[in-house]
Design a binder for this molecule. Structure first.
Ligand SMILES: NC(=O)c1ccc[n+]([C@@H]2O[C@H](COP(=O)([O-])OP(=O)(O)OC[C@H]3O[C@@H](n4cnc5c(N)ncnc54)[C@H](OP(=O)(O)O)[C@@H]3O)[C@@H](O)[C@H]2O)c1
Length: 269
């Protein structure tokens, strides 16, 4: 088996993984084959990473030893139908689509492909701060899983999860960046209302969120303890905590996570 990684789809997510993988030097350009219908994307990638192979014909990536399918979920079935005769049984197929189960993808390959790793990355992978969950099919060997994990470790952190947790994970880390961006926008809106210039408000809000997230990750303290440490008795922060509780801040987020998980489950049904 060769040592190549093929990508079918080089949009937001596929592009982020490719860029992280090649800029970090984890893989050499000549190991990577990228297929996408958009010639401008392929040209940009070739300019950034001379030596990669690109094509608009998906069959060119189908012979890679690891094949990452990075198209929209609704396009998976058609792409698999198009390439399934060229994909070898020993190929490790990697999916990144919300809701698509290992069983469904294996079925689309006509049960011929057994080595499938279902993954869920997120867009902070663009700046190598991604979070990816991996769920290997039963026939994926430990070393093969490690090879796939190395791809995603190049663009952030990884965790291996059983498949029944993948929908909840998709909500927690795949979709949650959108809600964090909403929070940042709202935080900045509040500051702009109080007179802080817009650009400065985003800069400050982003750093406050980055710092708070790092504090949770690095201190090992419960988020509620860290919250308590910011709230002085009779102070200004607890005033706003009460406002947020009154508006259903935490319960809205809990409901959003559950709705998102349920929707991911519907996609896989
Ligand atoms: N974006 C996220 O936050 C995120 C997070 C986690 C996982 N994902 C998953 O990542 C996957 C890709 O999402 P995305 O946001 O990267 O989408 P995207 O930006 O639209 O990228 C998909 C790329 O695939 C191309 N494409 C379409 N049909 C194709 C075909 N038949 N063969 C080869 N390439 C084809 C598209 O070209 P055209 O534009 O010309 O159609 C586009 O360049 C999805 O399954 C999604 O669930 C996304």
């Amino acid at each position: 088996m060769n040592n190549t990684i093929g990508f079918i789809g080089a949009g937001n997510m596929g592009g982020a993984i490719i860029k992280g993988l090649l800029s970090g030097g984890t893989r050499s350009s000549s190991d990577v084959i990228i297929c996408d219908p958009r010639e401008n994307i392929l040209q940009e990638l070739t300019k950034a990473f001379p030596g990669i192979q690109t094509d608009t014909d998906n069959a060119k990536a189908a012979g890679a030893s690891i094949l990452v399918l990075a198209v929209k979920p609704q396009v998976y079935q058609a792409v698999i139908q198009e390439i399934r005769e060229q994909v070898k049984p020993e190929t490790i197929v990697v999916t990144i689509a919300a809701g698509l189960t290992l069983k469904k993808v294996s079925g689309w390959f006509g049960e011929k492909i057994k080595k499938i790793v279902r993954t869920m990355p997120n867009t902070p992978a663009l700046i190598s701060e991604g979070m990816t969950a991996l769920c290997p099919g039963t026939e994926v060997a430990e070393g093969e899983l490690r090879a796939v994990q190395d791809i995603f470790n190049a663009v952030g952190k990884t965790v291996v999860l059983p498949e029944h947790l993948m929908d909840a994970y998709t909500s927690l880390a795949g979709s949650s960046p959108a809600w964090v961006f909403m929070f940042l926008e709202a935080l900045a809106d509040g500051a702009v209302k109080d007179g802080i210039p817009r650009a400065l408000a985003y800069e400050i809000a982003s750093q406050a969120v980055i710092g708070s997230a790092r504090l949770v990750a690095q201190s090992g303290k419960h988020p509620a303890v860290l919250k308590d440490e910011v709230c002085s008795p009779g102070g200004i922060t607890i005033e706003a905590v009460a406002t947020l509780e009154e508006a259903g801040f935490r319960s809205a987020i809990i409901r959003a996570v559950s709705d998102c998980t349920a929707k991911a489950g519907e996609l896989g049904a």
